[in-house]
Design a protein around this ligand. Structure first.
Ligand SMILES: [Fe+2]
Length: 294
């Protein structure tokens, strides 16, 4: 099957577009690459856009963009998706920098936008704000965790990196331990959007940048058990949670385990089902408050 190779962008509806643009540019350090009436396109360092903001009644993640490889046949991917009984759409020039796209909905109603990207824009590395490497993953609360997990694996080619119990899945489409997380919940809604930092030193300056701009941490810094990444979480002006992370586990697909790290408890560290245990959430011991689930 043709599977997606990386997450390219996430699209959010947000009531106050200008406030959210200011957060992404001045604080997170993304680059505003295009602006339309009621829409903004923001890049990290390579793709034309990693984040798309569109004006809407309330804050929510409505679309996710994924790239297939340049040698992958988008028409064949369309057929392969339709064979699952999924209604797909083909669009030409739907957004800046995207020539052709196959789109369809996942089981919770988020639109999947699958495309190829041959050209990358030559934008400068920003000098203000946090400036993450990239959009890393998007996590959702979902009513049907198992069904939604199967969808990402069967339709988009994701692999399961880990489960916590039977209610929280971590899915990869490249070497990163997870690009999509799904947690069982009575509601379908955004949980958090995560951007990758360079490492611990970058996390320190990021926390100071957040603090100087009036943003308090909701949780962290800590080290997750599952995925083993350093993490901090804060809330963006639109109310949605942003995670900043570093040192996420990297999968070696040929060997079937994650690249060895001194903080691993399993040797080798292979995909598994983790018990619902505090150390799966934070090796360093401090648990999230209620704020993380609002
Ligand atoms: Fe995360």
């Amino acid at each position: 099957m043709i599977g997606v190779k990386k997450i390219s962008h996430a699209t959010y509806e947000t009531p106050d577009l200008d406030q959210q643009i200011e957060y992404y540019t001045d604080v997170l350090g993304l680059t505003l690459t295009a602006k339309e009436k009621d829409a903004a396109f923001l890049a990290s360092t390579l793709d034309h856009h990693s984040v798309v903001l569109r004006k809407g009644d309330h804050s929510q993640c409505v679309r996710l963009g994924f790239q297939v490889g340049l040698d992958d046949d988008l028409g064949a991917f369309d057929k392969q998706t339709a064979a699952h009984g999924i209604k797909t759409q083909r669009k030409n020039d739907p957004e800046p920098s995207i020539g052709e796209m196959v789109s369809f909905e996942d089981p919770k109603g988020t639109v999947m936008e699958v495309f190829k990207r041959a050209d990358v824009p030559n934008q400068k590395f920003p000098t203000k704000g946090i400036v993450p490497h990239k959009l890393g993953h998007v996590a959702f609360f979902v009513k049907e965790c198992k069904k939604c997990t199967d969808f990402y694996c069967d339709v988009l080619g994701f692999r399961v990196s880990d489960w916590m119990g039977d209610f929280f899945s971590f899915l990869r489409c490249g070497t990163d331990h997870h690009t999509i997380n799904l947690m069982q919940d009575p509601e379908n809604r955004h949980f958090h959007t995560a951007f990758e930092l360079r490492g611990w030193g970058h996390m320190l300056t990021a926390c100071d940048t957040l603090s100087l701009n009036g943003y308090k941490l909701l949780w962290g810094p800590g080290r997750h058990g599952i995925g083993h990444n350093l993490f901090t979480y804060h809330r963006a002006p639109n109310g949605l949670i942003t995670e900043l992370f570093a040192q996420l586990d990297q999968m070696n697909e040929e060997l079937g385990y994650f690249e060895p790290r001194p903080w691993h408890r399993d040797r080798p560290q292979k995909p598994k089902v983790w018990a619902k245990d505090p150390s799966a959430a934070n090796y360093w011991g401090i648990m999230p408050g209620d704020e993380m689930h609002k």
